[in-house]
Write a protein that binds this ligand. Structure first.
Ligand SMILES: *Cc1c(COP(=O)(O)O)cnc(C)c1O
Length: 338
């Protein structure tokens, strides 16, 4: 029995999810005629209290479309230095939008309103035009860290004052909502655009949704087509996303408990160095030189537990739907044995 803690993208669709997919009503979504895609988009827009939504194959695409629709070539985007949009999307900001990044040295992937104020360029021909702030919640490279709603509201205020757009990469937003007891409507009221992933903790095989105003989503449909993301009978996949949103959100709480159980076991070991605070389903920790990340991951793998080295000194484990409480017990026992 393989226990895959490398990412929450490894989940397999459940029998009930597959049944929902097989029975989906579909049409050509490029013509706007796939009823299940339309239902998913309307469901997400209502959930966040936003006007419209667009379904895309990946979170990279929803983020990149969002950035393209908010900017002009030559603009500057403010984000944390570890943001997914900056370091994990293949240089897409430059490739797709012709923009550059003002990378902030934030705290566990999170930045403040003061950071934003200090990074905005003055009106000076030497300087790129600052047009967009992009935040991530939870922060992947921040160890699944979560923003306080106050911080987001303060950043929004700065953006409004300076005429900047505010985008959220909410690939794991539902984990953050669960951990902080915040809700979707609060986010819909703050952000100009929000990207959510259905294929992470929610357990769908594919899919992300971008949310914003109706006018902006109309523009996003054009950009999605340009990027090759206009899909036809996509309702089969959208049905999995709808199923995940309706049935899997409450299960994220257990993933967070599991992550803390594994973290507690690791913290008892003298070969474990600094660990980022575990707030959601991600555990990122240092393995000290006397063992090393490779030997650690190799030993875990010999016990059928798959972990991911995310830097020469750090290992990441992520809990998700396909990691049961029994599996977590096996992981904890294995760590005790080391
Ligand atoms: C996974 C992820 C994405 C999107 O990734 P895709 O694999 O393109 O769906 C975006 N942002 C963050 C923070 C992520 O973890």
């Amino acid at each position: 029995m393989k226990i895959d803690l490398r990412s929450d993208t490894f989940t397999q669709p459940t029998a009930a999810m597959l049944a929902a997919m097989f029975s989906a009503k579909v049409g050509d979504d490029v013509f706007g005629e796939d009823p299940t895609v339309n239902e998913l988009e309307a469901y997400c827009a209502a959930l966040f209290g936003m006007e419209a939504a667009i379904y895309c194959p990946t979170g990279t695409m929803t983020n990149q479309i969002a950035i393209k629709c908010h900017t002009q070539p030559g603009d500057e985007i403010i984000c944390d230095k570890t943001s997914h949009v900056y370091i994990y999307e293949g240089g897409g900001i430059a490739f797709n939008s012709g923009c550059q990044v003002r990378a902030i040295d934030g705290n566990r992937g999170m930045i403040t309103a003061e950071d934003v104020v200090n990074a905005i360029n003055p009106d000076d021909v030497h300087k790129p035009i600052t047009s967009l702030v992009s935040l991530e919640n939870t922060c992947n490279r921040g160890g699944g860290s979560c923003y306080a709603i106050d911080t987001l509201q303060q950043i929004k205020q700065v953006c409004t004052q300076h005429g900047l757009k505010l985008h959220l990469d909410g690939a794991r937003l539902f984990n953050a909502l669960e951990a902080t007891q915040q809700n979707e409507q609060q986010y819909g009221a703050i952000f100009d655009s929000i990207s959510i992933c259905l294929s992470k903790g929610l357990g769908a095989p594919i899919g992300s949704v971008l949310l914003s105003t109706a006018a902006y989503i109309k523009k996003a449909r054009r950009v999605r087509k340009v990027m090759g993301g206009g899909m036809r009978q996509a309702g089969y996949m959208a049905a999995a996303g709808l199923y995940a949103l309706k049935h899997h959100k409450p299960m994220l709480a257990l993933d967070h408990i599991h992550a803390k159980q594994i973290a507690d076991a690791l913290l008892n070991k003298d070969f474990i160095g600094k660990m980022m605070p575990v707030e959601t389903n991600i555990i990122i920790f240092e393995v000290l030189d006397n063992v090393g990340t490779k030997a650690f991951c190799d030993f875990m793998q010999s016990q059928n537990i798959y972990c991911l080295a995310v830097s020469p000194t750090q290992v990441r484990m992520v809990t998700h739907l396909d990691v049961s409480s029994d599996m977590v017990q096996h992981v904890v026992n294995t760590i005790h044995q080391m």
